[in-house]
Design a protein around this ligand. Structure first.
Ligand code: TRP
Length: 472
């Protein structure tokens, strides 16, 4: 089996595919919103430190484990620890989590597609109306976009890692970089943009507290696609001629730069819209920012560039985020696909169908949980709040299990797979690794403070989300 496994065709292809997974809604929307709320550059600095000191070692561990075992996460845990070892639960978690995260990601991607089509077809004015978002997500139109997106993602995944994912990333990622750069330059030339730049780049350390630190870490984790077996899976398609350490560094650098530029695009845009903006009042959730607030900002550009210009700008923005979301979504879904292929020996086509069928019901349940069906809209109650099915998926899988999976990967790599094997795998395709600083650092970090920090994040999130108790 292993000698037939597909491989990324080139180093660039792998880096773009992994960057395609990493660069997503988290970078283009999540990061700017969090930076705006949490002290601009102060947040950026903490975030960047987490990327380098905590996330990079975890990323390298995941990629190495994948390339060594040539398997999906479940197969990887079993290959190292044995079929009956309790570690296999780590593998199951790293399989179920992406499946569930894909459900919520699919819902957001459908909305992005709808907003792109809306802006292109001249609907920007309506989209800027405060009631539009609520109506849009409960309209039957979303089902049409859902079908289009599902078929599109199915086709890409069915074409395989090299012909589907790698090729898509090679086209979409460079277009995304160019679009992001052009949009940012455009915004920076508008009057008042500078107030936003200053707000973004002059650090306000008074906003930093433990909660913000926690937020920066989860943001970094999500943004780099860690803790979900994605990089284990992608690692399994990397050639043994490549250096994992430099690949991982490139991916982290690209991901962080995109987040940085997204901040440079969105924050000034907000201040062009209203120089008096009080950032405390910025919506607390990134979802409402993209779908309710940004259309208003884009529409306000019409005084400068006309309605057509504003619509073009909005269309380009939504297309940009849609591209980023699409490459991330295929990466998330490749995890269960690989598992079907490796573990059940399904063909690629059968895996895609099996996955599509099982995900469809959950995606539908999420889609109708914004008011269409009250069973899903008022799904459960905990920590004093009524939660919809969609909220529950986010609370459990994104907020809670993601850092837990990161913790399990670290413990697994250090205590079960063992450092020697990790180091040996990292040296494959990388002669200098053995004597490098990266090696000493990764070994130190994974064996000491990274698991401790992740454990702390996990416990504090469980207490806060499900019991309403704040320890920070
Ligand atoms: N990193 C992507 C983003 O920033 C989302 C994503 C893709 C992801 N794959 C993932 C998040 C795996 C966690 C785990 O939007």
């Amino acid at each position: 089996m292993s000698n037939q496994r597909e491989q990324f065709r080139s180093r660039l292809g792998f880096i773009l595919a992994a960057a395609g997974s990493a660069v997503g809604i988290g970078n283009l929307v999540g990061f700017p919103v969090n930076a705006a709320k949490s002290g601009g550059a102060a947040f950026l600095l903490i975030y960047a430190a987490f990327v380098v000191f905590i996330c990079l070692p975890v990323m390298m561990a995941e990629m190495s484990l994948g390339r060594h075992t040539q398997r999906n996460p479940l197969g990887a845990y079993k290959a190292v620890a044995g079929d009956k070892s309790p570690w296999r639960f780590g593998g199951w978690l790293a399989l179920i989590t992406p499946f569930m995260i894909a459900v919520f990601y699919q819902v957001l991607t459908v909305w992005l597609l709808g907003y792109f089509i809306g802006a292109v077809s001249g609907n920007l004015e309506a989209m800027a109306d405060p009631g539009y978002f609520g109506e849009f997500i409960n309209s039957y139109g979303v089902f049409i976009y859902l079908v289009i997106l599902t078929v599109l993602v199915g086709i890409i995944l069915n074409s395989g890692v090299q012909k589907g994912i790698e090729r898509l990333a090679k086209v979409l990622m460079p277009s995304l970089f160019v679009m992001l750069l052009l949009l940012t330059i455009f915004v920076l030339t508008l009057p008042n943009a500078f107030v936003g730049v200053k707000y973004y780049l002059v650090p306000d350390f008074s906003k930093i507290n433990l909660e913000v630190v926690n937020l920066a870490l989860s943001q970094a984790f999500f943004s780099l696609s860690l803790g979900m077996g994605i990089l284990i899976t992608y690692g399994s398609y990397v050639s043994r001629r490549e250096s994992i350490s430099s690949g991982a560094k490139m991916v982290a650098a690209v991901d962080t730069s995109v987040a940085f530029f997204a901040g440079l695009l969105i924050l000034p845009a907000i201040f062009v819209f209203n120089p008096e903006t009080n950032t405390d009042e910025l919506s607390s959730s990134s979802v409402s920012l993209v779908f309710s607030f940004l259309p208003k900002i884009f529409l306000s550009l019409q005084t400068l560039v006309g309605y057509v210009g504003a619509s073009l700008f909005a269309s380009a923005f939504f297309l940009l985020v849609f591209f980023a979301a699409l490459t991330s979504q295929v990466s998330i879904l490749q995890v269960p696909i690989s598992a079907f292929q490796d573990e059940l020996k399904y063909s690629r086509f059968k895996s895609v169908l099996a996955l599509g069928a099982s995900a469809a019901l959950l995606v539908l349940a999420s889609t109708v949980s914004f008011g269409m069906v009250s069973f899903f809209t008022e799904f459960v109650e905990y920590a004093g709040q009524t939660k919809s099915f969609f909220d529950v998926v986010i609370d459990i899988f994104y907020e809670t299990i993601l850092p837990l999976n990161g913790l399990i990967v670290c413990l697994f790599v250090i205590y079960r797979w063992r450092r020697n094997n990790l180091n040996q795998e990292m040296s494959v395709g990388d002669e200098d690794f053995d004597t490098s600083f990266t090696k000493s650092y990764v070994n130190l970090a994974l064996g000491t403070f990274v698991p401790v920090i992740l454990l702390f994040v996990f416990i504090s999130t469980v207490l806060l989300k499900f019991f309403g108790v704040s320890i920070i």
